[in-house]
Design a protein around this ligand. Structure first.
Ligand code: TYD
Length: 139
């Protein structure tokens, strides 16, 4: 996958003077079925998260509160995405290296995932990730 396959997705929003509401349906608002949801919270200022790519997993990353940046890298180029709205997600495809930084205090990062947690689905070493990309381009 390349960076152009990763993009912001604007989620439906129901406006109400007493507060807004957003919802997400797998395969409707996002291109995959949701198998797992997790969130990062109490992230200390200056922290960096991520530093890995996935073999099969697709994700939608949302700043439920506060803001942070996601840096995506397809092995050829890198792009920084800023997330700061609970009704906007970043769609991250397979075989994309990601890093998260610039967390505001009290921020909450929610991730919708297309699969259950599986450590064998991770590339945690950047050189292994690059090697996997090279293998894929040969096949
Ligand atoms: P990781 O995916 O590396 O988090 P991040 O990308 O935010 O830095 O996961 C951090 C740790 O949590 C790692 O030891 C694996 C574990 N983990 C689970 O046990 N279940 C999960 O669903 C997730 C996402 C992580």
């Amino acid at each position: 996958m390349s960076l152009k396959d990763c993009y912001y997705i604007e989620l439906p929003k129901i406006h109400n003077t007493n507060g807004n509401l957003t919802f997400i349906e797998g395969l409707n608002h996002i291109p995959f079925e949701i198998k797992r949801i997790y969130h990062l919270f109490d992230v200390p200022g200056g922290s960096e998260r991520g530093g890995h790519a996935h073999k099969d997993l697709q994700q939608l990353i949302i700043a439920m509160s506060g803001s942070f940046d996601v840096i995506l890298d397809d092995g050829y180029q890198k792009k920084r995405f800023h997330l700061n709205r609970s009704y906007q997600g970043l769609y991250v495809r397979t075989l994309i290296w990601r890093e998260l930084d610039n967390f505001s205090s009290g921020s909450v990062c929610m991730v919708l995932a297309s699969n259950l947690y599986d450590e064998s689905d991770y590339y945690r070493n950047y050189d292994d990730f690059l090697r996997a990309l090279t293998q894929r381009s040969k096949t």
